[in-house]
Each structure stands twice: as structure tokens, then as C-alpha cells.
Design a protein around this ligand. Structure first.
Ligand code: NAP
Length: 337
């Protein structure tokens, strides 16, 4: 496709109006779908498995698909302009590829692949957390099939990671215990689930292309085959703990604190994963993210102002996280991975 709207065929509308999403009833997908609908600019179609028990947000259209029947995926994606994939990491390894191949056959130009993690340009961190090469292979496949991608680099999800058990940000709210990695002062860039949703809706609400060579405004095409970098808070575990104490009205005396060395924790988690015990995955991933002087802070690249994202309140997000604890505990298989 030519780079400018002025060169497009008659009837071209310079906007992304029809968006398909996988995982609209999932952790981050629900926030993305909700934010897209709130703009009033998009028709959102959720591709969902037959018999899925995930509740889809009100207002989305539903296309039932079967990952073992490609025709169902192609048919659901026909005439869509943008495909967002937020698929459970527990899905069989080839499922992402099945979707991407069907998208190419359906004529989809743009795909947001699974990812929603740290800085894609931090190759070493990606390799050491095992996630980088998988995400890179997903993006490469999209390009190989003649489509373009946009990926979100948001860091750890603040509310989800706070709520998601000891393996993540170290908090166990039932036991009122906290494992602090090293001295607890290493800061990470994190994003709330709602900030991720808003960021995706902002990017998809931009013009698709510049009108002509004089149009310097921000467009979707600005982000093609690139990361969209966002953040909510750049925080350490100690910062989180202060916020948790303010929100819960507790003091140090109410909490059992232990300290662990990040390097040891990373190696223990990795050893578990290598032996097929995926319970070690979160431990490995988060411990590596908090390595002192080599952590997952990409906040210097954040494009919040460019996208007009709001400044959020840490204690509000902590409250949201604590409210998520029970819900995540019900998702035993997903949270164990
Ligand atoms: N930055 C972070 O802190 C962070 C944390 C967690 C995850 N992530 C990333 O975010 C992305 C999405 O994760 P998520 O937690 O939002 O996903 P999720 O809520 O666990 O699942 C999303 C959707 O995947 C579909 N699904 C579930 N099991 C499946 C299976 N066996 N086969 C095919 N589809 C299946 C379901 O859709 P239907 O039932 O409608 O078919 C579900 O709603 C992943 O790339 C993940 O790595 C990032």
C-alpha cells in the first residue's frame, strides 16, 4: 500500500474501523476491547473458541472459531482491518501461528501479536527470560507473510503482578507476606491493565496513513513494525510495599518479610522450568526483571505524552490490584504458568 491517503483508491477511509481480537474475555484483552469500544470509532469482533467460558465484554460482536479448522478463522477475519492477539500463554505453541497464517489468507494488513512485555530491543533480557525469542518469531512470521505488526512494550502489568502471587511482585495477600528481592530498591517500569487498553485504543484511533507528504501528524503507520512504549509507574518493591500499607491500613508489623537474592531466585526458577515445572517461570521472569543495574526499566522510551495517556495514581492502582487477588486465584492453571 502507498504511504499516503491521497494515493488510495476512491472510497478509502483513513481510519481503522473494524478490529478483530482474540482473548477479548481475557486479562488484558478485556481492557483493550473495552477501551476500543469506548472510543465509539471501532466495531470490535471477538474471535472466541466454541464452548469458551470466558465472558466477553458487552458490545463486542462474537465469531466462534475452531483452531483446528482454519476456514473458521479465515471467515471470522474476512474484511477486518486490524487483528489483536491476546492469547493465553498456556495455549498450545502452534496456535499463534495458526491465527497469523489465517490472517494472511483473510487479507488482514496489520497484526498486534502476543507480547505485552518489556522492551523488544533489549535482546539480552528477552533471551534470559525466554520470552524474547518467542515474541520475535511471532513478529517475523507476520512480516514473512506480508503483513505488518505493532507490539506493545508495557513492562510488567502493575495491578496483575501485584495480585498474582508471591512468584510475581513477591506479595501474598492471604498470608500477608512479602519476599523482597535483594534490597527491594530496584525500579521497574510497569503499566496497569487499563493503561495498556487505553494505549492500544489510542494507536488504533489514529489516522491509518498521512494525508500527503506535508502531513506530519501521528498516524498508525508511524508505529508499524515497531514497539509502542508505555508506562504507568516506575516503582521498586519497596515503593509498592509503602503503597500497599497505605491502601490496606497496615504497618510493617502486620507483614512477614523475607529477602532473596535475585540471581539465586532467577537460577532456581530457571532450573524448575528446565525440568518441566512451569511454576518456576514466574519466579525466573520477575527475578530477572529486578536485577540491579540490568532491570526491565524502559521508561526513558515511554510514549505516554505522544499518545496523550493519563498520569495515574499509584494507590488507586494498588487498590485495583488487591481487588484482583481473588479473581486471579480462581484461574489456577493460568496463574501457575
Ligand atoms: N506484562 C505482563 O505482566 C504480562 C502478564 C501476563 C501475560 N502477559 C502477556 O499478555 C498476553 C495475553 O495474556 P493474558 O493473560 O491476557 O491471557 P489470558 O487471559 O490467560 O487468555 C486470553 C485468551 O486466550 C484464550 N485461550 C485460553 N486458553 C486457550 C487455549 N488453550 N487455546 C487457545 N486459546 C486459549 C481465551 O480466549 P477464548 O476463551 O475467548 O477463546 C482467553 O480469553 C500474552 O502474550 C502474555 O504473555 C503479559
Amino acid at each position: 500500500m502507498s504511504k499516503y491517503a491521497k494515493d488510495q483508491p476512491a472510497g478509502f477511509k483513513n481510519a481503522i474501523e473494524r478490529v478483530a481480537i482474540i482473548g477479548a474475555g481475557g486479562t488484558v484483552g478485556a481492557h483493550i476491547a473495552k477501551s476500543l469500544l469506548e472510543t465509539g470509532r471501532h466495531t470490535v469482533t471477538a474471535l472466541s473458541r466454541k464452548g469458551s467460558s470466558n465472558k466477553l465484554p458487552e458490545g463486542v460482536l462474537v465469531a466462534t472459531i475452531d483452531y483446528d479448522d482454519e476456514a473458521t478463522i479465515i471467515s471470522a477475519l474476512k474484511d477486518q482491518q486490524f487483528l489483536i492477539i491476546t492469547m493465553a500463554p498456556t495455549a498450545p505453541r502452534d496456535t499463534h501461528s495458526k491465527v497469523v497464517q489465517a490472517a494472511a489468507k483473510a487479507g488482514i494488513p496489520y497484526v498486534m501479536p502476543n507480547g505485552y512485555g518489556g522492551d523488544i530491543d533489549n535482546v539480552k533480557l528477552g533471551e534470559e527470560t525466554l520470552l524474547g525469542p518467542i515474541a520475535k518469531a511471532n513478529r517475523d512470521e507476520i512480516e514473512r507473510l506480508g503483513m505488518q505488526w505493532v507490539t506493545v512494550c508495557c513492562g510488567f502489568w502493575y495491578d496483575y503482578s501485584l495480585a498474582g502471587g508471591e512468584a510475581r511482585f513477591g506479595f501474598d495477600f492471604d498470608k500477608r507476606s512479602l519476599t523482597i528481592y535483594d534490597d527491594g530498591n530496584t525500579k521497574n517500569s510497569t503499566s496497569t491493565l487499563s493503561q495498556v487498553g487505553r494505549a492500544v485504543a489510542k494507536v488504533l484511533s489514529l489516522k491509518e496513513l498521512p494525508e500527503d507528504e506535508n502531513d506530519k501528524s501521528l498516524t498508525l503507520s508511524t508505529f508499524l513494525n515497531k514497539g509502542v512504549y508505555i508506562k504507568s509507574f516506575v516503582v521498586s518493591q519497596n515503593d509498592m510495599f509503602e503503597s500497599v500499607k497505605r491502601v490496606t491500613g497496615t504497618t510493617d508489623a502486620d507483614w512477614t518479610i523475607t529477602h532473596e537474592d535475585t540471581k539465586k531466585r532467577y537460577e532456581d526458577g530457571l532450573a524448575q522450568v528446565r525440568m518441566g515445572n512451569m511454576a518456576g517461570f514466574g519466579k525466573m521472569l520477575y527475578a530477572r526483571g529486578f536485577y540491579p543495574n540490568d532491570c526491565g526499566d524502559h521508561s526513558a522510551k515511554a510514549q505516554n505524552d505522544l499518545l496523550g495517556l493519563p498520569v495515574e495514581n499509584l494507590d488507586e492502582a494498588t487498590k485495583t490490584g488487591i481487588e484482583l487477588v481473588k479473581e486471579l486465584q480462581l484461574r489456577v492453571e493460568r496463574m501457575a504458568a
